[in-house]
Design a protein around this ligand. Sequence first.
Ligand SMILES: Cc1ncc(COP(=O)(O)O)c(C=O)c1O
Length: 415
Amino acid sequence: MIQSATIQDRLDVYAIRQQFPVLSREVKDKPLVYFDNAATSQKPQVVLDALMNYYTEYNANIHRGIHTLAEEATAAFEATRDTVKQFINAAGREEIIFTKGTTEGINLVAQTWGRQNVKAGDEIIISNMEHHSNIVPWYILCEEKGAILKVIPINEDGELMMDEFEKLLSSKTKIVSIVHASNALGTINPVKKIINAAHKAGAVVLLDGAQSSVHLDIDVQDLDCDFFSFSSHKVYGPTGVGVLYGKKHLLESMPVYQGGGEMIKEVTFAKTTYNDLPYKFEAGTPNIADVVALKEAVNFINSIGKETMAEYENELLSYAVEKLSAIPGVRLIGTSKNKVAVQSFVVEGIHHFDIGQMLDTRGIAVRTGHHCTQPLMDGFGIEGTVRASFSIYNTKEEIDELIEGVNRIVNFMKP
Ligand SMILES: Cc1ncc(COP(=O)(O)O)c(C=O)c1O
């Protein structure tokens, strides 16, 4: 019988690792093991080169200049918009707004669409597993407008209770803003079902794509979401850049966000008229170099393919889950079957900060704390977790290092 090649046979992880200079460094005299990918991913050489190339070859401000450098910079900046449009399959390039990150994208929608459409007594639905970035902007809007924040509860595996969601949904619901994949639990939410139900109730849907954008194939037209916000730095790109996708008719109907250069057509003291999409939402000089380099990050992902990445990362996750579960006292937080490669855990009697610190002495970088999801942690009755999040450049050998580290900590700290 012919066996189909395993993902390990098809993917040269060691060749991929070579593309990430930081992975060859040592921490505390040990080879770095980087498992903090959900916080930010490492950057491949092509991204670093694109940054350096912009500053050494064609650093100029964009859109306004007619000299060669300005034209080159504008072309490179706008090329990223086209690449991102394809990356998430938006219908048009004018639906791609460059922001600072996921957080700014959500705030933009809350402060523009939200202020225009949400009034006293209206309801906004989020969930119990949201990042603070998808709680606080809605809380601020509710405070200002006298609107009500409704929260979808989750079950013990860290999955949304969909029957409760259906009960919360009503003609008062104006927007459902939901995380596509949870940063603390890894859970992939059934967003198509949510979007469908919300639309039937007359509400719009924003997806927080901070985690899903790196692990899942994103097709905003197929999802039919109204807004999708994500960060460059979690998809192998530079920090300081994000993308807000919005359906064109919604973006067109929304008031402007920030005022300044670029977002205007004409300014007099008596009247200002605003620019067309997407520039209407891009006031001031943008983060040109980092936007330019984001294109290379997306090309890097495309060169491997999201499906291959997900298959490999899921294998790492299964391996880690199996090994972690076997350690005495370990409790996994986030046990849904449908997950991205993120695993949170706590160890009975040992504080997560101690575990994080002791793992660092072995060169292993994990995240500890509440992961900007305090209400979620409250729900689980814990202060925080240790979180290991996996990427395309991680290996099973690195997971073995983590397991050995946790085992030693457990034995050392045992009463
Ligand atoms: C699910 C989720 N939403 C929002 C954010 C905020 O992203 P940023 O800080 O890049 O704006 C994060 C970052 O960790 C996240 O994981």
